[in-house]
Design a protein around this ligand. Structure first.
Ligand code: IDP
Ligand code: MG
Length: 135
């Protein structure tokens, strides 16, 4: 059954010129993009997006990172899209992410790990609403 998920290329991915590399991996898997949005996140939007992590020691570092330059937010569709994209992305810490995954192949820093992808269909709908359906 087709499903949709939310993907955000974080500022380091754009700074390093990795849009084509990362978007290409999702496309080659067979997923289809339906929306793209290039924007600089406000600290308020970043904090709402990551509100579940508000108590963590790295929270302010995370907000500074994701607001320091533009991100590329997107919506992707396909069979089991949420789980498929999470598998392509790899573990949160790129040192632990398996080779062959986006973070495993392209990243090294635990905070600056290139990409966000929704962790459940419920998160995907919440994040799509936050980025694409509110103003
Ligand atoms: P995820 O992006 O793999 O879903 P989350 O636990 O949702 O991981 O964390 C959101 C983001 O916060 C991560 O992608 C990473 O940028 C940052 N982060 C998570 N855990 C740590 C940590 O232990 N140290 C530093 N940054 C972290
Ligand atoms: Mg997460």
């Amino acid at each position: 059954m087709s499903e949709r998920t939310f993907v955000m290329l974080k500022p380091d991915a754009l700074e390093r010129g990795l849009i084509g590399e990362i978007v290409g991996r999702l496309e080659r898997k067979g997923l289809r993009p339906t929306r793209f949005l290039w924007r600089v996140l406000s600290p308020e939007l970043a904090a709402r997006h990551y509100e579940r992590l508000a108590g963590k020691s790295f929270f302010s570092e995370l907000i500074d990172y994701v607001t320091r330059g533009p991100v590329l937010a997107s919506i992707w569709e396909g069979r089991e899209a949420v789980a498929v994209v999470r598998a392509l992305v790899g573990a949160t810490d790129p040192v632990k992410a398996a080779p062959g995954t986006i973070r495993g192949d392209l990243g090294l820093d635990c905070t600056e790990n290139l990409i966000h992808a929704s962790d459940s269909p419920e998160s995907a709908e919440r994040e799509i609403a936050l980025f694409f359906e509110e103003e």
